[in-house]
Design a protein around this ligand. Structure first.
Ligand code: ASP
Length: 439
């Protein structure tokens, strides 16, 4: 068995956290490939090293003195090195970084140093081989990740290494210039490494014991999801549930490698398993609930709309012409509603309305703002009768007016539109009926 283990920033923020990570890796010799993030926050008001690097480089770019800021970053690493009692000096590395900052090598290079340096420390601490991600993870000239070249080079390189550390978050263009993924991108690196070595498991270690059924800011101490499919996760992540970078699913999904989300501070917890498919039923009919506020509904009415071929296309064209993507389009006989993100839509509102008038000639257009969308997701819904009934009964009991309903034909989710004001109460009502009372 081969396991790829990725550790997030909070798991590597201090020497104490590094020791926990060391114990986890040493407890299982199958944990042979390690992907570290940069040191994260040690306490709530602390700053992540990645953010320190961005800020420091911004000074360099303006031609200002950045020596104090760079020294503070070096101190963060030195604290870890000293705490672990390692014989390691990063002085030369910091000299190179200083020189490259002065030469304005770019903010991608700057940010990537967070994981690069943490990788060097991790490799020294574990006595594993260090592999610079810039040598094995590649981007195309247009900035897209080059999956093919990466897989070829990375799998070749790791075939010769029984144990290795590959820093997360960055890679390089063919000409060697460093490029990072988007924020939180070490999750993607972990997945890429897991694919390259055909790992049995991709363990993603963080500071929570897995995916929660609902947002803990709304539901106090929600239960952890034991098993979730990639598809369910996509639905929940899209609707705002965070833990794992959404692009981290694709490399392992192709190979059917499961992801296990684990907690560095509670390694005995099983965490959440993210899998391709499973015959394991989730404990409750629903797997999770997630949602987002800040949508607008554009209601378009036209008599005999239903018999007018091409009406929907013309309406959507008005959104397309203004570069606005839509979320949902529920429709009736003479009405059609388009849900869009309020912040994207606001500044272009009148242009879109004019466009709809011009292209589709409707009888009326009416806009409703401050709406929220909630996704109730669960593979169990397909085989259970009455799920939608339970959702709407719960909402009715909580005095919540449902503005929109959309059930995907895969029967994996039900999307509900409510007002922003009702958002939290709606999530509570749904969580209560499926998880707490199970009525
Ligand atoms: N260090 C990077 C960030 O803060 C990437 C990561 O942690 O995954 O976004």
């Amino acid at each position: 068995m081969k396991k790829v283990v990725k550790f997030g920033g909070s798991s590597l923020a201090s020497a104490e956290q590094f020791e926990k990570v060391g114990n986890i890796i040493r407890a299982d010799k199958e944990r042979c490939y390690v992907v570290p993030s940069a040191p994260g926050k040690r306490f709530a008001k602390d700053t992540k090293v990645t953010d320190m690097l961005y800020a420091c480089y911004a000074l360099a770019e303006e031609g200002k003195d950045f020596s104090k800021e760079l020294a503070e970053i070096q101190a963060r690493y030195q604290e870890i090195i000293s705490g672990l009692k390692l014989e390691l000096s990063l002085d030369d590395e910091f000299k190179t970084i200083e020189k490259n900052f002065k030469e304005k090598l770019g903010d991608n290079y700057a940010a990537s140093r967070g994981e690069y340096l943490n990788g060097i420390i991790m490799a020294a601490y574990l006595n594993y081989t260090f592999i610079d991600a810039a040598e094995v993870i590649f981007f195309k000239d247009n900035g897209e990740f080059d999956a093919e070249k990466t897989n070829e080079v990375l799998s070749g390189r790791l075939a010769d290494c029984a144990n290795a550390v590959v820093p997360g978050f960055y890679g390089a263009y063919a000409d060697g210039r460093v490029k990072t993924f988007s924020r939180g991108g070490s999750d993607i690196t972990g997945s890429i490494v897991a694919k390259a070595v055909k790992a049995d498991v991709y363990e993603n270690w963080t500071d929570v014991s897995g995916f929660l059924i609902a947002d803990p800011r709304i539901i106090p101490k929600p239960e952890v999801i034991e098993v979730i499919t990639y598809k369910e996760l996509r639905e929940l992540a899209y609707m705002g549930a965070t833990v794992l970078h959404e692009d981290a699913i694709f490399p392992v999904r192709q190979q059917g490698i499961p992801i296990n989300i684990r907690n560095t501070n509670a390694p005995e917890d099983e965490g959440t398993w993210i899998v391709g498919s499973t015959c394991q039923k989730s404990r409750y009919v629903i797997t999770g609930i997630a949602g987002k506020k800040g949508f607008c509904a554009v209601n378009i009415e036209k008599d005999m709309m239903n018999s007018e071929i091409g009406f929907g296309r013309k309406v959507l064209q008005a959104f397309e012409e203004n570069g606005i993507s839509f979320e949902h389009v529920p429709s009736g006989i003479d009405t059609m509603t388009v849900f869009v993100h309020q912040d994207e839509f606001m500044s272009k509102e009148q242009k879109v309305v004019a466009g709809i008038h011009r292209l589709a000639d409707p009888d009326s257009i009416d806009i409703e703002s401050d709406l929220a969308l909630i996704a109730v997701v669960g593979r169990g819904m397909k085989s259970t009768r009455g799920t939608a009934g339970r959702v709407f009964a719960a909402l009715a009991h909580a005095n919540i007016n449902v503005k929109m309903i959309d059930q995907g034909s895969s029967e994996l989710n039900i999307i509900i539109g409510v007002t922003n004001e009702d958002f939290e109460a709606a999530i509570k009502a749904i969580y209560d009926i499926f998880v707490v009372t199970q009525l």
